[in-house]
Design a protein around this ligand. Structure first.
Ligand code: COA
Length: 275
């Protein structure tokens, strides 16, 4: 089983202060399958936080993701999903999950969920946890035989600020302080596919969900823009991830949106997430 270590070299630029948190207080465990004795414990905590809002995948979906083998690319992309539990003295401290999607040009890591127990918040642990997905990216590249130094980008899909939802504002602030940047939402209109049941989708028009893309381009965090071609490459990989579970017909509406994306060489601003 892959071992996860706490690696300060992987900190996001704004997370250097997390070095003050002593990570030897906690241990990280990768949950390997639905049969893992810690799966239900971890899933249950994530469900309490994200389930009621419809923001957590089913057990079956996560089970299939855990079974992916990055050495066996799926339609050209190596995929590795990590569900990680953080404990201290056997007690729940945090959980996070994410998926690396890689080819020879580099790895994108889709950040799904991060939950830190309230007692452990604002003490630096979150910065360490924001660095763990880099290990997933490297493991994915290595398993597939892709260049180990290929570029890595972490991507979170987050709701647009609405001035009402306080938790949303806190999330955006936390990622902003860490040094993540947002793809200019005035130029790139990103949507998730329709997450409703097949029956509901079939009985109506597709309902696409608008999100903004929050990035950390590892080693290139200070860049103030990226190109339209780079955005397209990122989004194609996210849609490749969704296409593992969604019906091709339901993916068509989001694939079509790429037609309206900026030209390959057009600069697209990277902005503070709360802007
Ligand atoms: C989002 C979350 C992981 C952040 O954890 P955290 O330990 O607070 O850590 P971070 O280092 O990321 O954030 C710290 C910064 O965010 C902001 N922040 C965090 N909590 C805040 C609060 N309650 N009020 C105001 N600002 C807050 C502050 O700027 C803070 O910096 P400071 O402590 O130096 O003032 C945690 O709040 C959480 O688990 N929330 C519930 C689940 C969730 O929303 N997950 C994220 C999306 S998947």
């Amino acid at each position: 089983m892959a071992k996860f270590a706490f690696l300060p070299a992987d900190f996001a630029p704004g997370d250097a202060k997390s070095a003050e948190f002593d990570p030897s207080q906690v241990e990280v465990t990768r949950i390997g399958s639905l049969d893992d004795p810690l799966f239900e414990f971890t899933y249950g905590r994530l469900w309490e936080q994200f389930g009621p809002a419809g923001e957590l995948e089913s057990r079956a979906v996560l089970g299939r993701r855990m079974a992916w083998d990055a050495a066996q690319p799926r339609a050209g992309f190596a995929m590795r999903y990590d569900l990680l539990l953080v404990r201290s003295g056997g007690e729940f401290v945090a959980a996070r999950d994410h998926t690396a999607i890689a080819d020879a040009r580099g790895a994108v890591v889709h950040l799904s969920h991060l939950l830190v127990d309230p007692a452990w918040r604002r003490g630096g642990l979150a910065g360490w946890l924001r660095a763990l997905p880099l290990q997933t990216a490297r493991a994915c590249l290595a398993a597939a035989g892709f260049p180990p130094g290929a570029p890595v980008t972490l991507v979170a899909e987050m709701e647009h600020p609405d001035g009402i939802d306080v938790a949303r504002d806190i999330r955006l602030k936390a990622y902003e302080r860490a040094g993540f940047r947002k793809v200019d939402p005035a130029v790139v209109h990103f949507h998730q596919p329709d997450f409703r049941s097949f029956a509901e989708i079939d009985a109506s028009q597709p309902q696409l969900l608008p999100f903004q893309l929050i990035l950390r381009r590892v080693g290139r965090e200070a860049d103030s823009y990226l190109t339209g071609g780079e955005v397209r490459t990122l989004v194609e990989r996210l849609y490749h991830l969704y296409a593992q579970e969604f019906r091709p017909a339901d993916m068509q509406a989001v694939w079509r949106q790429l037609d309206a994306y900026p030209a390959a060489d057009a600069p697209v601003a990277l902005l503070p997430p709360t802007a």
